[in-house]
Design a protein around this ligand. Structure first.
Ligand code: NAI
Length: 272
């Protein structure tokens, strides 16, 4: 159902790789809600992914950009403003990748060059996005900038390895740039901490199916889907959340407040 929440708003959406991607669902919902936007992803991902299908469905243009490259981001922000005919109202950073996770490295055996790549791609890129937006004065007042995080920033999930640090840095950047952008342009900056979700990035984490089921059983509402995450993103881009900033917002069906649930107790009792 559409509420026209983003009517007249212009945006940039990073990270739609395929139909399962959270960014894909956000793009579809943003279109429904009346937004105009450009889509972007790393040049390599574009060759593998299906972004052109999404672009067609949303009547959006695609601008390749490696989010770790300030030069690519400068090109993206200036082209996006040209295409959309004005400044930007919302940005979704939906980017995560750890070469250590990809190569199955355990936490005690991380490759440090890859660790730095993890941080650069999954966290520092968020700073770079906002740095470029600020330098180009590309954001409209009362705009909204959002990134996606995971509770491993606060709690230990052993298989999440160096992505845990990346998410902690990401959330810290949201707070610190949130202060700066709030003062400068009344732009709000938040992260959404999302339930485990069956996407390419999600299922790449070791033991994903087990902790997906565990989180589902722990949460009174069950795991939050990519679709409901997209709904939440839309509210944060809309004018209904103008005073929400510098927050890490839990979107997890209640998981983060639980100690243990009856379902989990039952599951473990059956095993012992
Ligand atoms: P996805 O694999 O569909 O999206 C990740 C995206 O990051 C891909 O589109 C990929 O091309 C992009 N990317 C990687 N390197 C890049 C670079 N150098 N420049 C630009 N883009 C680059 O997976 P998903 O799950 O939709 O991930 C989106 C966000 O949600 C990520 O930040 C992820 O950590 C976060 N998240 C995912 C959860 C899950 O269980 N799937 C749970 C909580 C947060």
């Amino acid at each position: 159902m559409s509420y026209n929440l983003l009517k007249g708003k212009k945006g940039i959406i990073f990270g739609a790789l395929d139909e399962k991607s959270i960014a894909w669902k956000v793009a579809m919902r943003a279109k429904e809600e009346g937004a105009e936007f450009v889509l972007t992803n790393a040049p390599l991902a574009m060759r593998m992914g299906e972004i052109n299908k999404l672009a067609e469905a949303c009547n959006a243009q695609v601008i390749p950009a490696d989010a770790t490259s300030v030069e690519d981001l400068e090109n993206l922000f200036s082209k996006a403003q040209e295409i959309l005919g004005g400044k930007i109202d919302f940005v979704l950073h939906s980017i995560g990748m750890s070469p250590n996770i990809r190569k199955g490295k355990t936490y005690g055996d991380l490759n440090y060059d890859w660790f730095q790549k993890t941080l650069d791609i999954s966290a520092l890129s968020f700073h770079k996005v906002m740095h470029v937006a600020e330098k180009q004065d590309a954001m409209n007042e009362w705009g909204s900038i959002l990134a996606l995080s995971y509770i491993a920033a606060q709690r230990v999930f052993p298989d999440y390895t160096d992505m845990s640090q990346a998410k902690a840095v990401l959330e810290s950047i949201a707070r610190n740039y949130g202060y700066r952008f709030g003062k400068l342009k009344k732009v709000r900056v938040n992260t959404i901490s999302q339930s485990p979700t069956k996407t390419t990035a999600g299922t790449g984490v070791g033991g994903f199916d087990a902790f997906y089921d565990y989180a589902d059983k722990m949460s009174p509402l069950g795991n939050a889907s990519a679709e409901t995450c997209a709904d939440y993103c839309i509210t944060l881009f809309s004018d209904l959340t103008k005073m929400v900033t510098m927050q890490n917002l839990m979107h997890d069906g209640g998981f983060s407040t639980m100690g243990v649930s009856e379902d989990v107790v039952e599951m473990i009792s059956k095993q012992s």
